[in-house]
Design a binder for this molecule. Structure first.
Ligand code: O7E
Length: 407
């Protein structure tokens, strides 16, 4: 079973409990979304390499063996060969060991070969990052099926994805670092990745299958909605229409990194067509070193009223952070509020108090309950996106995770 070049989630099986691993594999078999399983060394060391076939049988999903192979060509080839024989559809090796190792594993011809180009942890910047562009080029030229890029560093995903895809348009990009390591679902996909890798945020969740499905839908949300220029324009239209409808007055529209960035630009453009011509800007995630000016891109002035835009709101923490940054940059900056496409309705009373404390009114185009109610058993282009089973799961999730006051 080869991995397809399409959007999905790779669930990292780094747990050490074999029974739990098999139970999750069985659960993922019927899960809603496009899933792949990656078996890491912690599980393999406990359960033995035979776990690959067991997980494959239980899940009927493609299996990646993540041995992070990094040895001389002869040994690397033997490790990879054993993994394929045990049921792996793909193996992961390190690109930094050089082209002879990469070629040796590739020539086995037993399955997909995926190479790590750059890593998610800070120490990766010491030695790997300076060589990453060259590693990316070598890996793509060797004709490997996939590469690993760090979701925690979206700018790097964008640059390195461009390099590998210029060499090989069919190569798939997988990006770890979601949630537990700090990246948000979708951060890597909007920058060119195909799969996002999620481990602890799924296998440590109270209901791992539900967590996997929820993260899958979060990843697909905005990436899907804005896949083409035409779709992006429709999304911008909805934001602009809502601003007009609510009569929100502002001088400057600010996009929260990352998904708010294209939104701020598109909404400002759309509004200008209605003679509402405002300044716009966005967060600069890696702050430039020289003073406050480096924190955003855009022209914020003293006394401005600011409208913040983003795709969704969960707790509101990132919006508050953005607002505090803007408020500290200029004198007398006022808030026109926050506008999002979807209010996930997960804010606790404490979260709401936090928004109120900074006078950040919350506006949304849709609430998550409205979306589910609208889609429930409704056929769209021959497909029912929310059937009774999904509605039941959603209600269960809502009851379990959403603050009492909203249920
Ligand atoms: O942080 P977690 O729990 O979501 O797990 C992340 C997984 O991705 C884990 O298996 C780890 O080994 C892997 N990973 C990184 O976290 N950072 C990297 O730079 C590279 C990898 C990796 O190669 O995963 C293969 C896709």
């Amino acid at each position: 079973m080869r991995l397809k070049k399409e959007k999905g989630i790779i669930v990292a099986f780094d747990m050490e409990d074999t029974e739990f691993a098999l139970e999750l594999a069985r659960d993922l078999r019927g899960a809603r979304g496009n899933f792949v399983i990656k078996v890491g060394r912690p599980l393999e060391m406990r359960a033995g390499i035979g776990i690959l076939a067991q997980i494959k049988d239980a899940s009927e999903l493609p299996i990646i063996y993540d041995g992070k192979i990094a040895d001389i060509p002869y040994i690397s080839q033997r490790i990879a060969s054993s993994a394929y024989d045990a049921g792996a559809d793909a193996v992961i090796l390190h690109g930094f060991v050089g082209s002879d190792v990469v070629k040796a594993v590739k020539t086995l011809g037993k399955g997909d070969v995926i190479a790590v180009v750059e890593m998610t942890h800070p120490g990766s910047d010491e030695f790997i990052q300076p060589a990453a562009e060259r590693i990316a080029m070598m890996v793509a030229r060797t004709g490997l099926e996939g590469v690993v890029l760090p979701a925690t560093k979206p700018e790097r995903v964008k640059n390195l994805a461009r390099i590998v895809q210029r060499e090989n348009a069919y190569i798939y990009i997988i990006a770890p670092g979601i949630k537990t390591q700090g990246a948000s679902p979708g951060d890597a996909i909007v920058n060119g990745a195909d799969y996002e890798v999620v481990g602890r945020a799924i296998y440590n969740a109270e209901e791992p299958k539900l967590a996997a499905e929820t993260i899958y839908s979060e990843v697909m949300d905005i990436a899907d909605a804005m896949r083409t220029g035409g779709d992006a324009m429709k999304v911008a239209n909805a934001y602009a229409a809502r601003i007009k409808e609510l009569g929100i007055e502002f001088d400057y529209i600010h996009g929260v990194a990352y998904k708010g960035i294209p939104l701020a630009a598109l909404v400002a453009m759309r509004l200008s067509e209605w003679e509402i011509n405002k300044r716009w800007g966005y967060d600069r995630k890696e702050e430039k070193r020289y003073g406050e000016e480096g924190a955003i891109v855009g022209e914020l002035r003293d006394g401005d009223t600011v409208l913040i835009v983003d795709d969704v709101i969960t707790t509101g923490a990132t919006k508050v952070e953005s607002w505090l940054k803007l408020a500290s940059m200029r004198r007398d900056v006022k808030s026109a509020g926050i506008l999002v496409a979807v209010d996930r309705e997960e804010m606790s009373d404490a979260d709401k108090k936090m928004l109120a404390r900074y006078h950040l009114s919350l506006y949304s185009i849709l609430k998550i309950t409205e979306i589910f109610e609208f889609l429930h058993n409704r056929e769209i282009d021959g497909k029912v996106y929310v059937d009774d089973g999904m509605m039941h799961d959603f209600k269960q999730y809502f009851r379990q995770y959403v603050p009492e006051t909203q249920c």
